[in-house]
Design a protein around this ligand. Structure first.
Ligand SMILES: Cc1ncc(COP(=O)(O)O)c(C=O)c1O
Length: 391
C-alpha cells in the first residue's frame, strides 16, 4: 500500500530510499579509501530529486556536489545546500554574475568564459573559483589537452580567477580492458604538469566517474565523481562488483481492467492483437513517467511478485499489461516497473536492456510529474512539482 499522503496524485509514484543512498555512499568511500567525494546530482540527481538527494548526502558528509548547469546549482543553493557546488558543464558568459552570486564553482574551458568570470569577480571585489575542464579524449567539451600550455598563461595572468581545480572525463572506463583510459590518465597528468610550469597548482584534480572508481585506481587522484553507483547500479557488468543497491523504485496501479477476446487489438498502431482470451490491465503511467516507449511488447512489470508482460505500445500516460497468468488481480493493485515485488525484483538496468538504452537514461526519464516519496530512517516525505498546485 502506498501511504495516504499520495492520495492527491494519480496513482503513480517513485520511492527513493535515502538509507540505501547513504549505504551506497559508504560503499564508495570504502572503495576509494581517503579520496573525498564530489557527488554528481545533475539531471535532478538522475531522476531521484536533486534537492532531497543533496540534502541527504550533505548530512552524510559529502564534500562537494557536481551539477551540469548553473540553474541546477542555484536550485541547490536556494534549498540550503552549503557545500561547494561545481558546474561540470561550465556556463555561458551571460551567466557569470549568477554563478558568483550563488557561490558556484564553474568549469572553464573558453577564453570568453575567463574574461566574463574575471569581469564579474572584479566587479564584486572577489576572486572567482574555477575548475579547468580538459579534454583528454571524450571529445565533447573542454580545452584539448594539447592546448593547455598555450592557455595556461591566460589563467596565470587572470588574478581574479582562483584555479582551484582541473578535471577531465573518461570515455571508456566501463571497459576495464580498454587501454584508452590509461592514455587519458597520462594525458591529464601531463596537462597538469603544463599548468604547474605556469605556477598553477589546482588542489582538486579529478577524473573518476563510477566506472573509474570501481576499476581504475590511478584515476582517483584528489577527488572522485560518482554518479550512477551512488544510485545503486554498476556502469556495466564488466566492473569489479561493489555492494550497492538501487535507491529508486517506480510504482503504479491498475486503473482499468478488462477481459479481451482473441483478435482484440490494443494501443497505437495496433501492435498487439490478443491470440487468446486474457485479462488486460492499464497502468497509470507511460513514457513521460519512465516506461520507455521502446519496451512496448517487450519486458514486463511485476504484479503480486509475478511477471505481467507489457503488451502493445507504451503511450505517454498509459501502459497495458497482460494479467492472464496472474489470477484474481483486482482494480487498484500495484504494478512495479522498477523495484521489488514479492520475491522478484526489476532493475532500471533490466528495463534499459529491453529498451536498448542505458540505465542512466531510464532513471533520468522518470518525468517531473511523478511524485517522489522519500524514505529516511523510518520517516516519509512526498515531493512533487504539483505541491503548490494541489495545496
Ligand atoms: C563530468 C562528469 N563526471 C562524473 C559523472 C558521473 O558519471 P557516472 O554516473 O558514470 O558515475 C558524469 C556523468 O555523466 C559527468 O558528466
Amino acid at each position: 500500500m502506498s501511504p495516504s499522503r499520495l492520495d492527491p496524485y494519480r496513482p503513480t509514484w517513485a520511492e527513493i530510499d535515502l538509507d540505501a543512498l547513504a549505504a551506497n555512499l559508504a560503499a564508495v568511500r570504502q572503495r576509494v579509501r581517503a579520496a573525498p567525494i564530489l557527488a554528481v546530482v545533475k539531471a535532478d540527481a538522475y531522476g531521484h530529486g536533486a534537492v532531497e538527494v543533496a540534502r541527504a548526502l550533505e548530512a552524510e558528509g559529502v564534500e562537494t556536489f557536481g551539477v551540469a548547469l548553473p540553474e541546477e546549482g542555484i536550485e541547490l543553493r536556494r534549498a540550503g545546500i552549503a557545500r561547494p557546488i561545481v558546474l561540470l558543464g561550465g556556463f555561458t558568459p551571460e551567466q557569470a554574475e549568477p554563478v558568483l552570486a550563488h557561490d558556484l564553482i564553474p568549469a572553464i574551458y573558453r577564453p570568453d568564459q575567463v574574461a566574463a568570470l574575471a569581469g564579474a569577480a572584479s566587479r564584486r571585489g572577489v576572486r572567482a573559483k574555477a575548475h579547468l575542464k580538459i579534454d583528454t579524449g571524450m571529445g565533447r567539451l573542454g580545452l584539448p589537452a594539447a592546448d593547455v600550455p598555450a592557455f595556461a598563461p591566460l589563467l596565470e595572468e587572470t588574478r581574479a580567477i582562483d584555479l582551484c581545480g582541473a578535471f577531465s572525463h573518461l570515455a571508456v572506463a566501463d571497459d576495464p580492458a580498454d587501454p584508452f583510459t590509461r592514455l587519458q590518465i597520462d594525458l591529464f597528468l601531463r596537462a597538469l604538469e603544463a599548468l604547474r610550469e605556469r605556477s598553477l597548482r589546482p588542489a582538486q584534480v579529478h577524473l573518476a566517474n563510477s566506472a573509474a572508481i570501481l576499476d581504475h585506481p590511478p584515476a582517483w587522484l584528489t577527488l572522485v565523481r560518482p554518479g550512477l553507483v551512488l544510485y545503486g547500479y554498476l556502469p556495466s557488468d564488466r566492473m569489479t562488483p561493489l555492494a550497492v543497491r538501487p535507491v529508486l523504485s517506480l510504482r503504479s496501479r491498475i486503473i482499468y481492467l478488462k477481459s479481451v477476446s482473441p483478435g482484440t487489438s490494443l494501443g497505437y498502431g495496433r501492435t498487439f492483437v490478443a491470440s487468446r482470451t486474457t485479462r488486460v490491465g492499464s497502468l497509470a503511467l507511460g513514457y513521460d513517467d519512465g516506461v520507455p516507449r521502446s519496451v512496448g511488447n517487450k519486458g514486463h512489470v511485476l504484479v503480486r511478485g509475478r511477471k505481467a508482460p507489457i503488451i502493445g505500445r507504451v503511450s505517454m500516460d498509459l501502459t497495458t499489461v497482460d494479467l492472464g497468468e496472474i489470477p484474481d488481480v483486482a482494480l487498484g493493485e500495484e504494478a512495479v516497473v522498477i523495484g521489488r515485488s514479492g520475491q522478484e525484483a526489476l532493475g532500471a538496468d533490466q528495463v534499459a536492456a529491453w529498451a536498448g538504452t542505458i540505465t542512466w537514461e531510464v532513471l533520468c526519464g522518470i518525468g517531473s510529474r511523478v511524485p517522489r516519496l522519500y524514505r529516511r530512517a523510518g520517516r516519509e516525505k512526498v515531493a512533487s512539482r504539483f505541491d503548490a498546485t494541489l495545496a
